[in-house]
Design a protein around this ligand. Structure first.
Ligand code: URA
Length: 242
């Protein structure tokens, strides 16, 4: 590939920035200064450095985000900021997108990647990927509700697959509950609708995990980081190139 394409893929700057970097003799190919944007390199074999730092060419990138409420899980929106507004230049340059959607008011784990095959596999109903949520509920969830979840709640337009509802805490005085809900599907407003079918209301929803990925307690709302090598390895179960 061309050297300027390689540098752009590494997110070092715009095409204009790259021209300047090359002219300034800051780029080396296998230890030799290179100033031509057109220079052909082999990204698998050649060692490219910028200002003494070796650059790694990555096709796919993976970020774990603790999504805050108030942002849309999409790449663009007319009225609201999107989760991409949280990302730095490098991540945006890689054209990442969220794997699935959380409602605007839902917070917690969201995977962002530019690996379409992985996203497709993780969202495929055939893969039965567990999504675990913690929810604060207006109302008291009961063992009868847990049974209804396990049997598959019938909504107006479809019947949910069996899901798990664990009651973590109830407060009779405040008429509130805290529950953990595990679903394998990801239909629109699914958790909220399942709780509503039991006659109660979700007042706060947080996603704790998606498949093998867990929300990182060290990430504050709005913070993100790259997946660790272990997390990346855990995605091999989806059988797509990473
Ligand atoms: N279920 C919902 O109702 N909302 C979400 O954001 C995710 C799951």
């Amino acid at each position: 590939m061309r050297l300027d394409k390689f540098l752009a893929d590494c997110g070092v700057g715009s095409r204009k920035d790259i021209k300047t970097l090359l002219k300034s003799k800051l780029v080396t190919v296998n230890g030799q200064i290179e100033t031509s944007a057109k220079c052909q390199i082999d990204e698998k074999k050649d060692q490219i450095s910028l200002d003494g730092q070796i650059l790694n060419h990555e096709t796919f990138v993976y970020y774990l985000l603790n999504k805050p409420p108030g942002l849309i899980s999409a790449t663009e929106d007319t009225y609201h900021p999107t989760v991409l507004d949280l990302l730095d230049h490098e991540a945006r340059h890689k054209k990442v997108f969220p794997v699935g959607r959380l409602d605007i008011d839902t917070h917690g784990l969201l995977l962002l990647t530019n690996n379409g095959k992985l996203a497709h596999a993780m969202l495929s109903p055939k893969k039965h990927v567990n999504k675990v949520y913690q929810a604060k509920i207006d109302g008291i969830m009961t063992p009868a509700d847990s049974l209804a979840f396990a049997q598959g709640i019938a909504l107006k337009d479809f019947t949910c697959q069996p899901a798990q509802l664990s009651i973590l805490a109830t407060d009779d005085q405040e008429n509130r509950s805290v529950v953990q809900i595990t679903i394998k599907e990801g239909k629109f407003h699914q958790v909220k609708r399942m709780v509503q079918a039991c006659g109660k209301q979700v007042i706060d929803l947080q996603r704790l995990s998606m498949g093998p990925l867990q929300l990182d307690p060290n990430l504050a709302l709005g913070q993100y980081r790259r997946l660790t090598p272990q997390e990346l390895a855990s995605l091999e179960m989806f059988g797509v190139p990473l």
